[in-house]
Design a protein around this ligand. Structure first.
Ligand SMILES: *Cc1c(COP(=O)(O)O)cnc(C)c1O
Length: 231
């Protein structure tokens, strides 16, 4: 018996319900966040039909991507990327959701192997203007989008955000709504951008109501993560 079947079915069900409640024609895409999970745990979820997985750290992802290379999975980097890791990230991942400066876009483009399809890119936006958070300012989106669009080895797919934490997910609604406005504006100049990545285990219903097309869900699928060793 697959240990994740129940949670997987429940999450897919919730995504359908959230789309219906929001009057949206299609459910948001599910990105299963597999940080701290083993390759075996990822394989168990993949067996149920889940294809897209998100990882926070290049090093941690590398082993799992190699171990599961035969499964045809799609890997997304959702953690902050240092420029000195761009080389490895551009080879390993299908998507990088955390591009927040032109220099990083250039480095990813330079290192994307010729034999691979263009790397899918989301621009990470620091939507609550938190000093502690990565991501570009909303005012910088347009210039960053141009920098990505100018690179033939990259394809601009949209925006990603992690709103400020609040015990009550409803308090994140205004940030999600601002992201939707920024996404719609981006699409005026870059109509191929089709992805707004926002919403996690505790707030995906609110994010979908406000326009998320992709949600990033870890603990609701895999169970709670062990506490972090380092802050
Ligand atoms: C860990 C993580 C998630 C998933 O969080 P859960 O609360 O486990 O669903 C989503 N997005 C990012 C960027 C993360 O780091």
């Amino acid at each position: 018996m697959n240990p994740y079947r129940r949670a997987f079915v429940d999450v897919l069900h919730s995504l359908d319900n959230a789309a219906r409640a929001a009057g949206r024609p299609a459910a948001a895409r599910l990105l299963a966040v597999s940080k701290t999970r083993t390759a075996g745990e990822v394989a168990a979820l993949a067996e149920l039909g889940q294809k897209a997985f998100g990882e926070n750290y290049v090093q941690e992802a590398a082993g799992k991507i190699a171990a599961l290379a035969g499964l045809g999975l799609e890997w997304h980097l959702i953690g902050h990327l240092q420029s000195n890791k761009a080389n490895e990230a551009a080879r390993l991942f299908d998507w990088v959701q955390t591009v927040d400066r032109p220099k990083l876009a250039t480095a990813l483009a330079r290192h994307r192997p010729d034999g691979s399809p263009p790397l899918n890119v989301l621009l990470q936006v620091n939507i609550d203007d938190e000093a502690s958070k990565h991501g570009c300012r909303p005012d910088d989106i347009q210039a960053l989008a141009e920098a990505v669009a100018a690179e033939p080895r990259l394809v601009l797919r949209g925006l990603m955000a992690i709103p400020a934490p609040h015990a009550d997910p409803e308090r994140r609604r205004p940030a999600f709504a601002r992201m939707r406005g920024l996404f719609e504006r981006l699409r005026e100049s870059h109509p191929q951008a089709d992805t707004l990545s926002m919403g996690m285990s505790d707030d995906f219903a609110v994010a979908i109501a406000e326009g998320a097309t992709m949600v990033r869900i870890g603990s609701a699928l895999f169970g709670p993560r062990p506490p972090k060793e380092t802050a």
